[in-house]
Design a protein around this ligand. Structure first.
Ligand code: G3P
Ligand code: CA
Length: 243
């Protein structure tokens, strides 16, 4: 069986502020196979890496990303909320992360956060950035917005797409195929061994999120999932070694 890959969720977010360059650097250092991150569009059309739609929780500023320019967002610390040693961290652009990963072989799972805010042409802008850095062979685009995945499939038919979902879907492998996706990215408690087996029979990869409990990590490794998305890629590697 192929070894399950380990993706650092928002970077190594257990030990560094999520979705910052510090968290991505820690993930590389820890030997993660991939990184998962979230993207939004600023008022001036820049792609920034952040989980929430507002900067309130993970910076010392306030406001909606869509209403702020990149310059305004970068005035704020993206790390002080996590600890004083991260005060210099700024909200990264997608380009900065792609540049960081250029000298590595890590996978990058870019989650388009376009469920509450429908950012104009986010899909095209992300694809353009992936193309600019030549990352077509090691990027997976995912979203909870399945209209967005459908749109991505129509503009770039063979690009690897991951269907994010939180509650049980009937025959998720069929749903993924209908959407033109190559993988499912389920909330891990919705999975069972049969879904893993039938998805694989249908040629669909499985990358559940966000799995930090070693008890569940072990089961998922044994089922042969393709990648495990976790906040602590170091601990997950320890569990994987024992399976
Ligand atoms: O991509 C997997 C996972 O990150 C989705 O949930 O809320 O952590 O972005 P969330
Ligand atoms: Ca995410």
């Amino acid at each position: 069986m192929k070894k399950t890959e380990i993706y650092a969720h928002r970077g190594f977010s257990k030990i560094a502020p999520e979705n910052t360059m510090a968290a991505f650097q820690e993930a590389i250092q820890a030997g993660a196979d991939g990184i998962e991150l979230d993207v939004h569009l600023t008022r001036d059309g820049e792609i920034v890496v952040m989980h929430d739609e507002t900067i309130d929780r993970t910076t010392d500023g306030t406001g909606w990303i869509k209403d702020l320019t990149l310059g305004e967002i970068c005035e704020h610390s993206a790390g002080s909320w996590f600890g004083s040693k991260f005060v210099q961290e700024r909200v990264p652009t997608l380009a900065e992360v792609l540049e960081l990963l250029e000298s590595t072989s890590l996978w990058l799972n870019i989650e388009l956060k376009n469920n509450i805010i429908r950012y104009p042409r986010l899909e095209e802008k992300v694809l353009k950035e992936v193309d600019r850095f030549g990352f077509q062979k090691r990027v997976i685009l995912s979203s909870f917005n399945h209209f967005s995945l459908h749109h991505l499939h129509s503009v770039r038919p063979h690009f690897p797409l991951g269907v994010l979902y939180e509650c049980n879907l009937i025959d998720p492998w069929d749903y993924a195929i209908q959407l033109g996706a190559s993988s499912i990215h389920p909330f891990f408690p919705t999975l069972d061994e049969e879904i893993v087996r039938r998805s694989h029979e249908a040629g669909i990869a499985i990358r559940p999120f966000t799995v930090d409990d070693p008890i569940y990590q072990k089961i998922l490794f044994e089922w042969g999932i393709d990648a495990l998305i976790t906040n602590d890629p170091s601990a997950a590697q320890g569990v994987r070694e024992q399976v």
